[in-house]
Design a protein around this ligand. Structure first.
Ligand SMILES: [Cu+2]
Length: 179
């Protein structure tokens, strides 16, 4: 497979989002949105400690990811003792769901548009959760938001949904300005 230099740079930008804030990641992942975008690989680290706030433990970084249909997400076992999994009711209908083993890397092609609220099995109640928004999320975003989350999981999901709402509003605004 050959890549033009420009596509290659976009790809590098995408892999670098691991260390950026979600809003920056969003901007990077949509840098080439005007054309049929080359599928990208996004990396999410499974960590014992949030590198930006050492008081926050058991985290996915980034915990909010914007992706296009056909992109790949990789969950990396950077620290030990974690997994990534998503249940069918917290993913779009018909989507490929995943259940990683503890300490294993998981690689998933995001084949179905919608929202995916995943978690680490042993640390779900400790709030080790994350959200992936793939393409048009209107089919299940509100349903996922209305799901039951408990304790620290609830607190973290509320924070993630707040950022997701802002991101989707920003997108809607940009789309309106475009037309
Ligand atoms: Cu965990």
């Amino acid at each position: 497979m050959t890549q033009t230099r420009r596509e290659h740079l976009v790809f590098l930008g995408a892999t670098a989002t691991v260390t950026l804030t979600p809003l920056t990641a969003f901007a990077a992942s949509h840098a080439s949105d005007d054309e049929a975008a080359e599928p990208m690989v996004h990396e999410i680290q499974m960590l014992n400690k949030d590198p930006e706030n050492s008081k926050e433990r058991q985290v996915f970084v980034p915990d909010l990811l914007r992706a296009n249909v056909g992109d790949t997400v990789k969950f990396l076992p950077t620290d030990k003792g974690h997994n990534s999994e998503v249940s069918a009711k917290k993913a779009p209908e018909g989507a490929t769901i995943w259940r990683g083993k503890i300490n294993n890397e998981v690689e998933v092609v995001l084949d179905t548009p919608g929202a995916y609220a995943y978690n680490c099995k042993p640390h779900r109640t400790a709030g080790m959760v994350g959200l992936i928004l793939v393409g048009d999320v209107s089919s299940n975003y509100e349903d996922i938001k209305a799901e039951k989350y408990r304790g620290k999981e609830k607190k973290r999901m509320e924070d993630i949904f707040e950022r997701a709402d802002a991101l989707l509003a920003e997108e809607a605004e940009a789309a309106a300005a475009d037309s």
